[in-house]
Design a protein around this ligand. Structure first.
Ligand code: 13P
Length: 251
């Protein structure tokens, strides 16, 4: 199980350091479950200093797919490595929706992240209109297959998937455990097709979208839900800690 907090565009340097301290205080010695926080880029360095020596890992929320060069405002995989990142969230629906990211650009990012030994958390998920039209499996299949096209995975820990139905993000409307399990099992099948039984079965598939202390246990009890990508609730160390505890109890 992996529980990762996506802080999105919240916190400044001071409050990010404080939140990281509170998270370490709440879950810094947890064993049996992996924990990560993904602060805004300007605070990665400072948060890494706080996490150092704890079991909580650092992740970034995005990166560019080139090594370096004239890409004003962008951040490379090497830069993320240099400030201690282990994970990088890629293809989040907010990036696809507001910043024009496509399966093609996300795929380039996944490949570049692997080249730098970062673990991508590749996000996939359908919109409400797509679900209402019965297209959710087709949409997610395309995102998984195109996002991972040409990406070799030998060790299941090299890439993490996150299913985040767009209609559940920040809406308070979470997928039911059955809806999450159905899609996770579908994604599991795609991964087994691409990488074989052994690797596909062991890859982590996180659920994201309005995960809270009150619904985490039921989601994590599903056989193909291997943890969560937590937005709003990760900004409160006690809530995030309670979600991590739910993962510990379920694992
Ligand atoms: P919320 O938990 O705020 O719904 O956000 C989920 C998410 O987008 C995590 O990446």
């Amino acid at each position: 199980m992996l529980v990762a907090g996506n802080w999105k565009m919240n916190t400044d340097r001071t409050s990010a350091v404080q939140l990281a301290r509170d998270v370490v205080g709440a879950v810094g010695d947890v064993t049996g479950v992996q924990v990560a926080v993904c602060p805004p880029a300007v605070s990665l360095d400072a948060v890494f200093e706080v996490l150092h020596g704890s079991s909580v890992r650092l992740g970034a929320q995005n990166m560019h797919y080139e090594d370096h060069g004239a890409f004003t405002g962008e951040i490379s995989a090497g830069m993320l490595r240099s400030v201690g990142c282990h994970y990088v969230i890629l293809g989040h629906s907010e990036r696809r929706q507001y910043f024009g990211e496509t399966d093609v650009s996300v795929n380039k990012k996944v490949k570049k992240a692997r080249e730098y030994k970062l673990v991508p958390i590749l996000c996939v998920g359908e919109t409400l209109a797509q679900r209402d039209a019965g297209e959710e499996n087709a949409v997610v299949q395309t995102q998984v297959e195109k996002g991972l096209a040409g990406v070799e995975i030998r060790d299941p820990g090299e890439v993490v998937l996150a299913y985040e139905p767009v209609w559940a993000i920040g809406t308070g409307r979470t997928a039911t455990p059955a809806q999450a399990q159905a899609m996770h099992a579908f994604i599991r099948g795609l991964l087994i097709n691409m990488y074989g039984e052994k690797v596909g079965f062991a890859m982590q598939i996180l659920y994201g979208g309005s995960v809270k202390p009150g619904n985490a246990a039921d989601l994590f009890a599903q056989p193909d839900v291997d943890g969560g990508l937590i937005g709003g609730a990760s900004l409160n160390a006690a809530d995030f800690g309670a979600i991590v505890e739910a993962a510990v109890a379920a694992s």
